[in-house]
Design a protein around this ligand. Structure first.
Ligand code: ME8
Length: 531
């Protein structure tokens, strides 16, 4: 068998200073849908997610709780992993913790390469630092607010004056190279509007970047042999240097000759939120250029999820835990809502009514009803097996043609992480299929023209099969139930489309139409209404 093409996808790694919220879940679900789509479409996928455990924020949060940073990280990394595994059904291949041993090795290796490239020098940093953002700000990016405290304008977090010896990365030397890279790779950042913001920022010039800290010690030590004597033993890497490097650790760096690295690097897409686009579209490519490592193919920047239009925040008390949503609406409805409701690159606002609306109209009424009605009729009127269709009329051919196009439409949409468009188009076709079913009225044909009834039921079941196949990445468990009900043989773990891997049907079967005579199950309601 020919070797499968490789596909490497990552989420941002979250700070485990607290517990995961629905904003994190949004990113995991989208990335998971993308990973599943590619597996089902014949790729060998490597999907990396995990936790970003170093830095001052982790150290301070731990102090508040009377724990060591590692204890806090261990407790909360487990909470993130549990949400991935038990709540959201995220099909990652590795959950990386930046305290993993191989990650220290990878971070120190990339540092050494940047030193060898002449891009790291020792100097003094004096400026404003936001611990919450783990980020430096220039004076004009900050403002003094009531009470005399200074804040970062962009993110609204408090900043503190920081003066310390620090290693610097010659980011200023990379402005032209980055702009040239963006020009030759117009799809590197997506969506275009967010990528443009990054480009404008680079066009305005780049300062060198402070990349080590000495006033605390919770980080990856700067490689000692490259520093001279005692002073340097104090340096730990700026948390973003080691954090970004997790994407390399995940595929075996620094062993660039390993099979895994050769197979999966460069990454196909890093999926991240809009607040960290500069780190991924500017710093990361510059570090990699310096280290002589190929650049990732794409950074997909998603929007933020807001609670009824308001930013989620602990102080407002509107932070939603993923398990609450899943307990209230069911996992597949949550996954569907998040990917269908708003374009991935844009901010989105959720309300209880919006989730219920999608669940009842799109899932229960549209897909659920069509499946329930047509499959029940088949069980009752066709001896419990897929009927033999007669000759097609134009109405049959038209609706089948629309469903046929969904594979290519979805492929194209997923190529740019446009889940919203793929689902919108799929549900448009389902709407047409419902209209077709109502027009053809197979329950009347039952009395007048059984062959025609069989044809209509066959065509409808075939459309449900195609749709179910394509929505497996978004709703693994419901789609699997639909495909089971249609009597389609599972392909083991071909697509690893649900946690156990059982039940996936790859897209290779898209054109294998339903076999008349295949026994089908009496369908259990798969998409219940939310009462
Ligand atoms: O930024 N809606 O970690 P993090 C949507 N450790 N996405 C959201 C969100 C919201 N309300 N809130 C956060 C970090 N996110 C770094 C990343 S990567 C090498 C290091 C997204 O825990 C956020 O944009 O603050 C990011 O992509 C991810 O959740 C983790 O955020």
């Amino acid at each position: 068998m020919a070797e499968k093409p490789a596909y490497y996808i990552t989420t941002a790694i979250s700070y485990p200073n607290g517990e995961p919220h629905i904003g994190h879940a949004y990113e995991y679900i989208a990335t998971d849908a993308m990973a599943r789509f590619k597996r089902l479409d014949g790729y060998e996928v490597m999907f990396l997610t995990g936790t970003d455990e170093h830095g001052q924020k982790m150290q301070q949060s731990a102090e508040k709780e009377g724990l060591t940073p590692y204890e806090l990280a261990t407790r909360n990394a487990a909470a993130f992993k549990r949400v991935d595994d038990e709540v959201l059904d995220i099909s990652y291949d590795r959950f990386i913790r930046t305290t993993d041993e191989d990650h220290y090795a990878a971070s120190q290796a990339i540092w050494k390469r940047m030193v060898e490239a002449g891009d790291i020098y020792l100097d003094k940093y004096a400026g404003w630092y936001s611990v919450r953002d783990e980020r430096f700000f220039t004076e004009d990016e900050t403002e003094v607010r009531e009470g005399g405290q200074r804040y970062a304008v962009e993110t609204g977090t408090p900043v503190t004056w920081t003066e310390e010896e620090s290693y610097f990365f010659r980011l200023s030397q990379y402005q032209d190279k980055l702009l040239e890279f963006y020009r030759s790779n117009p799809d590197f950042g997506g969506p275009r509007s967010r990528f443009n913001e990054v480009i404008r920022f680079v066009e305005n010039g780049l300062d060198d970047l402070s990349i080590s800290r000495t006033t605390f010690d919770w980080g990856v030590p700067v490689p000692q042999e490259l520093t001279d004597g005692e002073t340097d033993l104090k340096h730990v890497m700026y948390v973003w240097v080691d954090a970004l490097t997790n994407y390399l650790t995940g595929v075996g760096f620094p062993d660039t000759e390993s099979e895994r690295f050769k197979k999966f690097w460069p990454a196909d897409v890093h999926v991240i939120g809009k607040d960290i686009s500069r780190f991924h579209c500017i710093f990361w490519p510059a570090f990699l250029m310096s280290a002589g490592v190929e650049l990732p193919k794409r950074v997909m920047i998603h929007g933020f999820l807001h609670n009824a239009g308001e930013k989620m925040s602990k102080s407002v008390g509107n932070v939603v835990a993923p398990e609450n949503w899943v307990a209230t609406y069911g996992l597949d409805a949550v996954r569907f809502f998040l990917l269908r409701e708003f374009p991935f690159g844009q901010d989105g606002s959720y309300t209880h009514d919006a989730v219920v609306g999608r669940k009842n109209s799109d899932l229960a009424n549209n897909l659920g009803n069509l499946a329930q009605r047509s499959l029940s009729m088949i069980v009752k009127n066709c001896d419990g097996a897929i009927p033999q269709p007669g000759d097609y009329i134009d109405a049959d051919r038209a609706i089948l043609a629309q469903a046929q196009e969904l594979l290519e439409t979805s492929r194209e949409a997923y190529q740019t992480q446009d889940f919203h468009h793929a689902l919108e188009r799929t549900w448009y076709v389902l709407g047409e299929a419902n209209a077709y079913f109502a027009d053809q009225a197979p329950w009347q044909l039952k009395k007048t023209d059984v062959e025609r009834m069989n044809t209509v039921l066959y065509v409808t079941a075939e459309i449900i099969r195609k749709v179910a196949l394509l929505v497996q990445p978004v709703m693994p468990s419901s789609a699997t139930k639909l495909l089971d009900a249609l009597g389609i043989p599972a392909e083991g773990d071909a697509g690893r489309t649900n946690a156990s891997g059982a039940g996936a049907r790859s897209f290779a079967s898209f054109d294998q139409a339903l076999q008349p005579g295949t026994p089908i199950e009496k369908p259990q309601p798969i998409f219940p209404r939310h009462e």
